[in-house]
Design a protein. Structure first.
Length: 557
């Protein structure tokens, strides 16, 4: 580990300098790894950073440090349950545009990945990319079989750079948790592990290809939605070859009108397609922003870029439907119950404060017509409450909230009069019908009965093993009650103090008796010839010292 830190010392220096420049010098001062760096003292003046908000300064650090940090920031912007809202807003502004890599590098990647001459794969290949980002870039080509394709290539060396940066960030996160209360409160080591896992998944283009194929199957019978085909034969972890489609991007609203397309119909198809993925399939495109949506002739909606997807298990769909129903019924207990079921709740959650915050949220939507409720905004508000109370929501559910927010933003620009909630209602009813369908109830009952049967089947053997353990004298019973332990400790202190008082009293009585007895020493008796006062005093003092030492040593005086 030490060798790795020495090897990456230049990267540590770059991170430290970026933190200092943007007003986070206190982190550099507190984390010990930075003490080994020789940093220019002139950088420690952060007066320019003081005029910016915390979120703006964080965004500045991320943009300065490059691809890994930018992608992590974009992933983090989908987790409003894990960080403050003002930081999420700034992370959403992160741009991912960088200079393309060279043609020589492009050709070298294709040669290494395909292991065959390019002439046998492409009849033509455009060397100038049509798009470039921090992770990769896209070129247009034509296969020897005649299909026009978009070829996405991963930036050379990006995997190694990302792994190095993640290594550094994981170490710094651990050091920060050791030094700062806020780092422990936000559990940033756990946060980094989750974000890093998501980023490494995006570096595997074969996974993106599989995502596209799964969503393509969802709409095989829907002529209003189109998913480009993936050419798996010419796709690897570093190269993704997919069908090239041409149309009007949803960012070009003026072009939609020029082609005579109905913005209302496009908005309805977009909402329907996203809700179908979420509520019916449980597997959805998690980044439906205008740049990833293309309108083909006939107002057909096409999705692009499948690097970010979400998955909803039947249980998560149930929890989400419970949440929406409780929100629409303005039921505070129902909302709290749904949030508690879907999240990881820490022991220190203050239920009274949680209820108060949910009540405030309920008041925000009280009396508002369903047609005017922002579904994504409502879900985002709930996740904000979850963040404040350290309730960690599953990543796929927070991704769902982000998807709904993005969807609402796109739909509002297309047709602000459409109500997403009204269009979601049929899907919600269908979800409830599926949930309480006799077949599903029967399956759940069968699973429960199976579990009970397994328990009964193995119960005799488990009891026999337990009795054998007891007979051999190896059984141990441990009961841990924190409150009882505290009570016993206090009781122990009281008894020790009482014993100390009794011994002190006994010592005083003994001494008094010896003194009184000495007054009779003038009487003729052999006993009085002994030094009784001195012996009694010595014995009493010895007992007193021994008891005092024992009590003090126990630490329970």
């Amino acid at each position: 580990m030490i060798k790795k830190r020495i090897r990456h010392i230049n990267r540590y220096r770059e991170i430290a300098m970026a933190l200092i420049r943007h007003g986070f010098g206190f982190i550099v001062e507190e984390i010990d790894i930075f003490h080994t760096l020789s940093l220019p003292r002139r950088l420690w003046s952060a007066h320019s950073a003081e005029r910016k908000t915390r979120g703006e300064r964080i965004r500045g650090v991320i943009q300065e440090l490059g691809p890994t940090f930018i992608k992590l920031g974009q992933i983090a912007s989908t987790r409003p349950d894990m960080m403050p809202e003002e930081i999420v807003w700034e992370l959403e502004k992160l741009q991912d545009q960088v200079a393309p890599f060279s043609t020589e590098e492009v050709l070298e990647i294709l040669k290494q990945e395909f292991r065959q001459p390019l002439e046998e794969i492409f009849s033509s290949f455009e060397e100038i990319p049509v798009a470039a980002a921090s992770i990769g870039q896209v070129h247009i080509g034509v296969l020897t079989t005649g299909e026009k394709v978009a070829v996405k290539l991963q930036r050379p060396g990006i995997t190694e750079k990302v792994r190095t940066d993640l290594e550094i960030l994981n170490y710094l996160a651990a050091r920060a948790e050791h030094r700062f209360d806020w780092a422990r409160r936000y559990e940033i080591t756990k946060m980094m592990a989750e974000f890093g896992k998501a980023l490494l998944a995006e570096l595997d283009y074969s996974k993106e290809g599989k995502n596209a194929e799964l969503i393509r199957k969802q709409f095989k019978n829907d002529s209003n939605v189109y998913i480009p085909a993936i050419y798996t034969k010419f796709s690897t972890k570093k190269v993704l070859t997919m069908e090239y489609i041409e149309g009007v991007k949803l960012t070009q609203l003026d072009q939609l009108e020029a082609h005579g397309y109905s913005r209302k119909r496009i908005a309805e198809r977009l909402i329907h397609s996203v809700f179908h993925q979420i509520f019916v399939e449980g597997f959805f495109h998690a980044d439906p922003h205008p740049g990833n949506l293309i309108i083909l002739p006939g107002e057909v909606l096409a999705f692009m870029d499948f690097g970010m997807v979400g998955r909803l298990t039947p249980e998560l769909k149930d929890h989400f439907s419970d949440l929406i129903i409780a929100l629409m019924r303005e039921s505070t207990p129902g909302i709290i119950k749904a949030v508690m079921r879907m999240g990881i709740v820490h022991e220190d959650v203050h239920m009274t404060e949680l209820r108060r915050d949910v009540e405030k949220l309920r008041e925000k939507y009280y009396g508002v017509p369903l047609s005017q409720v922002g579904l994504g905004e409502a879900v985002s508000d709930l996740f904000d409450v979850a963040f404040r109370h350290h309730i960690q929501i599953p990543a796929d559910l927070t991704l769902l909230g982000k998807t709904l927010l993005t969807l609402e933003g796109v739909v509002e620009k297309l047709d602000p009069d459409i109500s997403i909630v009204n269009m979601a209602e049929p899907f919600g009813r269908s979800l409830l019908a599926q949930r309480f369908h006799p077949k599903r109830l029967g399956e759940r009952l069968w699973n429960e009965l199976t579990d009970v049967g397994d328990l009964l089947l193995h119960f005799p053997r488990q009891v026999s093993e337990m009795l054998t353990t007891v007979n051999k004298g190896r059984a141990r019973l441990e009961i841990h009650v924190p409150e009882l332990d505290q009570f016993l400790k206090k009781l122990d202190r009281i008894s020790n103090r009482l014993a100390f008082s009794i011994v002190s009293l006994a010592f005083s009585i003994i001494m008094m008796g010896l003194i009184i007895g000495s007054s009779f020493a003038n009487q003729q008796s052999p006993m009085w010839n002994l030094p009784l006062i001195e012996i009694g005093f010595f014995v009493a003092a010895l007992m007193f010292a021994w008891l005092l030492f024992s009590i003090l040593k126990s630490g329970r005086f």
